[in-house]
Design a protein around this ligand. Structure first.
Ligand SMILES: C[S@@+](CC[C@H](N)C(=O)[O-])C[C@H]1O[C@@H](n2cnc3c(N)ncnc32)[C@H](O)[C@@H]1O
Length: 272
């Protein structure tokens, strides 16, 4: 199923949703993000730790470890409340880090964290990841939980243009476990969350009902390597984490841009 269709269907699933998101934003991807995250910023950090039983921290650690040791400029896309951005900044105090986030609500929580823990090497930008550009290249571009929401061809083309030759792209997100038993457990987990957390905290209802549907429908894990290949990335690797519950995709731009090949005229079909 086409990714756009998946998103449109998801938007129609909960017709009683509080915000008329379809009329708020023309793009169904942005509408879905608003529908999911509206009003969750204050509880996001605690929820992500609690709901993943602390595994999110291990996934962040894995992503941070994959950043090349010599990376001096790092872009963290969909930085949210700054969990990933701060994890990178703590591990790389000498690097310059830019966090980009679509939603002001989450970015405000990231700014507040930086007031408590000043990190002059971090700057935060309100922008859609697909639209963000920089004239100064990055050594590494990371993202945690962006891939399933993103317009991947546009995002990867923009990222390719911003990465230096030999630069590294890291994308981490949820995946649907392929093993039937794991899938039963995975679905049961979301059912429990829907009947407990989503009832106790209504602002999380949209996420706990919509997220499993999105993860079941998204093709990001197969689409991303294809898009990366089409954009000329090399060393494309997919590493599944924690019982196939998420994956980290890594790729690298070629060390030097290939010189344009001379165009050879096509041979007529009957000349053989
Ligand atoms: C689950 S949060 C993850 C935040 C952070 N990366 C982390 O790991 O804690 C997902 C974030 O992606 C943001 N987001 C979704 N689509 C985006 C896009 N196209 N551009 C920028 N941010 C986006 C949402 O607003 C949300 O804050």
């Amino acid at each position: 199923m086409h990714a756009g269709m998946v998103l449109r269907r998801l938007l129609k699933i909960d017709a009683n949703t509080s915000a008329p998101v379809e009329t708020l934003h023309g793009d169904p991807r942005i509408a879905l993000v608003s529908q999911f995250f509206e009003g969750t910023g204050a509880t996001y950090d605690r929820m992500v730790q609690w709901a993943t039983l602390g595994i999110d921290r291990l996934w962040k650690r894995r992503m941070v470890r994959a950043i090349p040791a010599d990376a001096r400029r790092i872009l963290d896309l969909a930085c949210g409340t700054g969990i990933s951005t701060l994890a990178i900044a703590r591990a790389r105090p000498d690097a310059e880090i830019v966090g980009v986030e679509l939603r002001e609500e989450y970015l405000q929580f990231a700014r507040e964290k930086l007031e408590d823990e000043p990190r002059p090497n971090i700057s935060l930008v309100l922008s859609r990841a697909e639209d963000y550009t920089s004239a100064v290249p990055f050594d590494c571009i990371s993202s945690s939980y962006l891939a399933k929401y993103a317009e991947l061809p546009r995002l990867i083309a923009a990222n390719r243009a911003m990465l230096r030759p030999g630069g590294v792209l890291l994308m981490h997100d949820f995946t649907l476990p392929p093993n039937p038993l794991l899938r039963v457990i995975w679905r049961a987990y979301f059912k429990i969350m829907q009947h407990t957390v989503a009832r106790a905290l209504p602002s999380w209802r949209e996420i706990y009902f919509g997220l499993p549907r999105l993860i079941e429908a998204t093709q990001w894990i197969t689409e991303l390597p294809q898009v990366l290949r089409a954009q000329g990335f090399e060393d494309i690797r997919v590493e599944y984490l924690t019982l196939y519950g998420s994956a980290l995709v890594t790729a690298r731009t070629p060390d030097s841009r290939p010189t344009a090949r001379p165009v050879t005229p096509a041979r007529p079909a009957d000349s053989r």
